[in-house]
Design a protein around this ligand. Structure first.
Ligand code: GTP
Ligand code: SPV
Ligand code: MN
Length: 587
C-alpha cells in the first residue's frame, strides 16, 4: 500500500532504504489488526496473556530490564541555534544529530517489519488536533498507539487532506543503552528515537510529539502544549468546571483526573477529559479552551487499588496491556499496594524474592483506551475543547509547599509555575527523591528554551482578562515520621472545590507573600479524619523557609541569562519584598 501523499510515500521509502526491513505494513487502526499484533507478540514471546477469567483481554509485556523509563540524559532537542533549545534541554546541532542517529538506524530493521502508523493527536474533526506518522519496528508500539491515539485510516485521510504531518521514526534497535538516542528536530517537525521500546521513548505521539514538538509549534502559533490533566468537577447543583493541572511525572495526574468523591461529599461528580497532556487555545471570548490530544492512558500501576483509585482499578481489569508488573500464581497481574493477592513471578520474569526489590517495577504501567474509564467525559471528543476555570501547578514536596495556594495574578502565576520543584520519581532513569526544579512540570518536555516559554506564557496575560486563575498544590507534605499530612486521592476534591470557589469569587482567603491560602474554615473537612495541627501546617507557610526558597528560585531563573523575561524578575522581587516585610514585622 501507499498513500495519496507523495511526501509521505517518499519518506517511507527513504526510511526503508536506510533501515532495510523485511516488510512494510501500513496500519489501518482496525480491531482485527490490533488482535493480530497481540498474536504476533504472543508467538514471539514478547507478550503473555493474563488470567482470561479475571482479566479478560489483558496482556503482560516485560521490557528489557535496562529499558524501563524515560531517559532524559539521552533525550536531545536539535535546533540550529543552541540557545533556542535552552539550558533546560540537551542540545546537538541538527546535522550532527541526524548523522549520529541515522548511523544507528542503518540496517536496524533487518529481519523485522516496518510499521507505518498514521495518527491524530486530538479528535480527528478538531481544528486544534495535529497529525503525525510514526514509523516503528515494534508491534508493542503499534498496539499501544492503537489504545492511546486515534490511529489508522481516519488519521491518514486527514494527513492526506492537510498535506503535512510530524515525522516520527522509531526502532527498538538492539536495546543497548549506549546506542539509545531520543532526538527532536522541532524546526523540521521530526523525531528520531532508537534503542528503547519503552513508553515515552517509543510511543512518539505522546511526550515527543504532543509535548516537545507541539510546545514548539504552539509558541509559533499562539497556544500552549502542556503536561496537564484535564478534569471536570460537577457540583450537586449540576454546574461543571474544568480544571487543567500540571504535576510532574508520577505525581498524581492520572489519580486526580479520575478521582472518586468521598462519601461525605454527596452529589459531587468527576469527569475525566485527560490524564497527562492538554493543548490550550485562547477562545474568542478570552477564555482558554483545552483538548486532550490523547485517547488513552499510559498510567503508573503501583499504588492503584480500590481505595486510592477505584475507577482506574476497575478500568484495568479488562482490555489492558500491562508493562513490567508482577504476576500471581493464578496469572493475575500484581503490583505493590494492590492490596490483594501475592506476587509469584516478578517484573523480570523471575520467581518472586523480596531480596530482589519490588515485585512490580516502580514505573510499571498500564495502557488502556480512554473508553475503558467509567468516568470518561463525552466532551473529551468535543472538537473545540472545554473552557478552563483554573490552572493548577504542583509538585511532590515533603516540606515547605502548603496544600494549596492561589497566585495573585496571571504574571505571578507564571512565576509560581516557573518555580515549581518536585522530588524526582521512577518515571525517569536516575536518582529518585531528589528535589529539582520542574517548571510547569515541563522540565523533561519543553521543546525550546524555558526563558522563551515563560515569555510565551506571560504573553497570554497581555491579550485577555478572562484567563483562568493559577493555583499551586502539594499532596505530598510529610510529618517528621514520614507520614503524609494530607490523605490525598479522593479527598483532593476538597481542594478542587476551594479552587473553584476562589475562581468564582465565592470565598475569601488569607493573603500571604506567596499568594492566597485557604482560611482553614473554607476547606470543607466534613467527614475528613485529619488532625487540627496537620491542617494548620498544610494551610500556613514558614516565612524564613520561603525566603530561602525564593532565593533559590531567583538563582535558577538567573541561569537563563538575558533571555529571562523582565516581568518574572519583577514578580520575584515583589514576593521577596513582601516576605521581607512580614519577616520584619514578626521580629
Ligand atoms: P505520569 O503518568 O508519570 O505523568 O504520572 P501521574 O502524574 O499521572 O501520576 P499518578 O496519578 O500515576 O500517580 C503516581 C503515584 O503517586 C502513584 O503511585 C499514586 O498512587 C501516587 N499518588 C497519586 N495521588 C496521590 C495523592 O493524592 N497522595 C499520595 N500520597 N499519593 C498519590
Ligand atoms: C511521564 O513520565 O510523565 C509519563 C510516562 O507520562 S511516559 O509516557 O513514559 O513519558
Ligand atoms: Mn506524564
Amino acid at each position: 500500500m501507499t498513500s495519496r501523499l507523495p511526501a509521505l510515500n517518499a519518506w517511507v521509502d527513504e526510511v526503508a532504504q536506510l533501515t532495510q526491513p523485511d516488510n512494510v505494513y501500513w496500519c489501518s487502526g482496525s480491531d482485527a489488526e490490533y488482535s493480530n499484533m497481540l498474536k504476533a507478540m504472543q508467538s514471539d514471546g514478547t507478550l503473555t496473556e493474563l488470567n482470561p477469567d479475571r482479566y479478560p483481554n489483558c496482556y503482560l509485556h516485560l521490557s528489557d530490564p535496562s529499558d524501563v523509563a524515560r531517559v532524559e540524559h539521552l533525550t536531545f532537542v536539535c535546533t540550529q541555534e543552541r540557545d533556542d533549545a535552552g539550558p533546560n534541554n540537551h542540545w546537538m546541532a541538527p546535522d550532527e544529530g541526524h548523522a549520529r542517529v541515522d548511523a544507528l538506524f542503518e540496517g536496524a530493521m533487518k529481519g523485522r517489519t516496518l510499521y507505518v502508523i498514521p495518527y491524530c493527536m486530538g479528535p480527528v474533526d478538531s481544528p486544534f488536533a495535529r497529525c503525525g506518522v510514526e514509523i516503528t519496528d515494534s508491534p508493542y508500539v503499534v498496539a499501544n498507539m492503537k489504545l492511546m491515539t486515534r490511529m489508522g485510516d481516519a488519521a491518514l485521510a486527514r494527513i492526506e487532506h492537510e498535506g503535512s504531518f510530524v515525522k516520527g521514526l522509531h526502532s527498538t534497535g538492539d536495546l543497548d543503552p549506549e546506542k539509545r538516542l531520543i532526538m527532536h528536530f522541532p524546526e523540521e517537525l521530526t523525531i528520531k528515537s532508537i534503542g528503547s521500546g519503552y513508553g515515552g521513548n517509543a510511543l512518539l505521539g505522546k511526550k515527543c510529539h504532543a509535548l516537545r514538538i507541539a510546545s514548539y509549534q504552539a509558541r509559533n502559533e499562539g497556544w500552549l502544549a502542556e503536561h496537564m490533566l484535564i478534569v471536570g468537577v460537577e457540583s450537586p447543583e449540576g454546574e461543571t468546571h474544568y480544571i487543567a493541572c500540571a504535576l510532574p511525572s508520577a505525581c498524581g495526574k492520572t489519580n486526580l483526573a479520575m478521582l472518586i468523591p468521598p462519601e461525605s461529599l454527596p452529589g459531587w461528580k468527576i469527569w475525566t477529559l485527560g490524564d497527562d497532556i492538554a493543548w490550550l487555545h485562547p477562545g474568542e471570548d478570552g477564555r482558554l479552551y483545552a483538548i486532550n490530544p490523547e485517547s488513552g492512558y499510559f498510567g503508573v500501576v503501583p499504588g492503584t487499588n480500590a481505595k486510592t483509585n477505584k475507577n482506574a482499578f476497575d478500568m484495568i481489569t479488562h482490555d489492558a496491556i500491562f508493562t513490567n508488573v508482577a504476576r500471581t500464581k493464578d496469572n493475575e497481574p500484581w503490583w505493590e499496594d494492590k492490596k490483594s493477592g501475592e506476587p509469584s513471578i516478578d517484573w523480570r520474569g523471575r520467581p518472586y524474592d523480596p531480596d530482589n526489590g519490588p515485585a512490580a517495577h516502580p514505573n510499571s504501567r498500564f495502557t488502556v483506551a480512554a473508553s475503558n474509564n467509567p468516568v470518561y467525559s463525552s466532551l473529551a471528543e468535543a472538537p473545540g475543547g472545554v473552557p478552563i476555570t483554573a490552572i493548577v501547578f504542583g509538585g511532590r514536596r515533603k516540606e515547605l509547599a502548603p496544600l494549596v495556594y492561589q497566585a495573585k495574578s496571571w504574571q505571578h502565576g507564571v512565576l509560581v509555575g516557573a518555580g515549581v520543584a518536585s522530588e524526582t520519581t521512577a518515571a525517569n532513569v536516575g536518582e529518585v527523591g531528589v528535589v529539582r526544579r520542574d517548571p510547569m512540570a515541563m522540565k523533561p518536555f519543553c521543546g525550546y528554551n524555558f526563558a522563551d516559554y515563560w515569555a510565551h506564557w506571560l504573553s497570554f496575560g497581555e491579550k485577555s482578562d478572562r484567563l483562568p486563575g493559577i493555583f499551586h498544590v502539594n499532596w505530598f507534605r510529610q510529618d517528621d515520621s514520614g507520614r503524609f499530612l494530607w490523605p490525598g486521592f479522593g479527598e483532593n476534591l476538597r481542594v478542587l472545590r476551594w479552587i473553584i470557589d476562589r475562581s468564582t469569587g465565592a470565598v475569601g482567603a488569607n493573603e500571604t507573600p506567596i499568594g492566597f491560602l485557604p482560611n482553614p474554615d473554607d476547606l470543607d473537612t466534613t467527614g475528613l479524619d485529619i488532625e487540627p495541627d496537620a491542617l494548620r501546617a498544610l494551610t500556613s507557610i514558614d516565612i524564613g523557609q520561603w525566603q530561602v526558597e525564593m532565593d533559590t528560585i531567583g538563582d535558577y531563573l538567573a541561569s537563563y541569562g538575558d533571555r529571562l523575561p523582565k516581568a518574572l524578575e519583577t514578580e520575584l522581587a515583589a514576593v521577596e519584598a513582601n516576605l521581607k516585610d512580614v519577616a520584619a514585622k514578626a521580629s
